[in-house]
Write a protein that binds this ligand. Structure first.
Ligand SMILES: *Cc1c(COP(=O)(O)O)cnc(C)c1O
Length: 399
């Protein structure tokens, strides 16, 4: 007997759960890509994407996942030999730095570990020491999905300014956009990067790059940019095909249109962010109680440095894997694996998991996931404080 029949929930940090409306919007015949409603629809996506990113500047869409969006942004900014500073708070910070390095940049990584946000005064010091201004860009990560650390992007901007340094601020918002507040222009971000499959509730395959004038000037100074990654035609198309440098990803775009309508024109971005904040607090409340007498501990202890989209947990090997397997096999919930916390192949790798709470999630889905975790710990004999689920329900009750 299994209790897993019924709708299976993916509670992993991406790809996130897609609304049925998004799926249905994609279920249609191929459209005309030379004239007609598709062209207008795509023109209309651009202002919505900019609203989401909090920018009045430019947006470019790529047929790519997050790794592609990283590369797209860097291909327009980094010339071989340029130096970039990459402060990392988890696997994704390193990943972005590695892409820059593969593109020929000289990358200075700063490893801020796996449990706390980046120390922006340390970044300011490195920038101050760079008197010749060799560093062309700082690669920030808003939320590192591997550790679930949320970094203070306005503080990173202030650090760059305090050092009097001209480096561009580039920010990976792949996990955070539509989940945690992000305001590109107000926060002084020059380039922001995101993707479709997390907060935006759309299948993996669309990447987005937002850039301001200062970033556009750096792009203009490069001797060459690969034609596919070049953001100039995409952000200023004279012909429709230039949005995508070829055939439009038609069905992804129908899905995205529906998702943006739901986020921006129905629920409203502020309400979406509030919903994520409350549901994240419900998750934290459950883990706070469970941690009182048991091994499950949230990775980030300071709530101000926790993401509203994902929570990384250490529970000890082999219980992380055992819990994930039990939930997916018996309770209809797939949790995220631990990522970058221990080397794959190392026995300690089995001591971690992550709960995704991004995108199309409501109270019953989060309470259901937390209830399944509680049931799983009971089944497996993993000690835990009593009343985690009740604490989460209390947060959702608003009392
Ligand atoms: C998911 C994610 C990525 C990578 O995206 P892919 O679509 O897997 O290539 C990069 N950065 C962050 C912060 C992410 O959450």
């Amino acid at each position: 007997m299994t209790l897993s029949n019924g709708r299976h929930i993916i509670a992993a940090p991406g790809p996130s759960i897609m609304p049925d409306r998004v799926l249905q919007a994609m279920h249609r015949a191929a459209p005309n890509i030379y004239s007609g409603p598709l062209l207008e629809m795509v023109d209309g996506l651009i202002p919505d994407l900019k609203t989401l990113a909090g920018t009045h500047h430019k947006a470019a869409i790529y047929i790519a996942n997050g790794h592609g969006a990283w590369e797209a942004a860097l291909a327009n900014i980094v010339a071989p030999g340029d130096k970039v500073l990459a402060p990392a708070t988890g696997r994704f910070g390193f990943g972005w730095g590695e892409v820059a390095s593969a593109l020929g940049a000289e990358v200075e990584m700063i490893d801020f570990g796996k449990s706390d946000a980046m120390k922006t005064d340390q970044i300011a010091e490195v920038l101050r020491a760079d008197k010749a201004h060799k560093i062309k860009a700082v690669l920030g990560t808003h939320v590192d999905t591997s550790t679930s650390i949320k970094n203070d992007i306005p503080a990173l901007r202030r650090a760059i300014d305090a050092a009097g340094h001209p480096a561009l601020l580039m920010v990976d918002c792949i996990a955070s956009m539509g989940c945690d507040r992000f305001e590109m222009d107000a926060w002084g971000v020059d380039v922001a990067v995101t993707a479709s499959q997390k907060g935006l509730m759309t299948p993996p395959g669309l990447g987005f790059v937002f850039f301001n004038e200062k970033a556009a000037e750096k792009r203009a100074s490069l001797p060459a940019v690969s034609p596919y990654w070049d953001w100039v035609p995409r952000a200023n198309p004279e012909m429709f095909y230039q949005y995508f440098q070829g055939t439009a990803p038609t069905h992804h775009l129908f899905g995205l249109r529906e998702a943006l309508t739901m986020i921006l024109h129905e629920e409203g971005l502020e309400a979406v962010l509030d919903r994520h904040a409350v549901l994240a607090r419900a998750v934290w409340a459950a883990f706070d109680v469970w941690a009182q007498s048991g091994p499950a501990k949230m990775n980030v202890s300071n709530p101000a440095e926790r993401s509203n989209a994902v929570t990384a947990v250490h529970i000890g090997a082999p219980d992380g894997t055992a819990l994930r397997d039990y939930l997916s096999g018996n309770l209809g919930v797939t949790l995220g694996i631990g990522l970058g916390m221990a080397p794959p192949g190392d026995p300690s790798w089995h001591g971690y998991f992550r709960v995704g709470h991004m995108g199309h999630v409501n109270a019953h889905m989060i309470l259901g996931t937390l209830g399944a975790i509680e049931a799983g710990m009971k089944h497996l004999g993993i000690a835990h404080g009593d009343g985690g689920l009740a604490a989460a329900a209390k947060i959702c009750s608003g009392k």
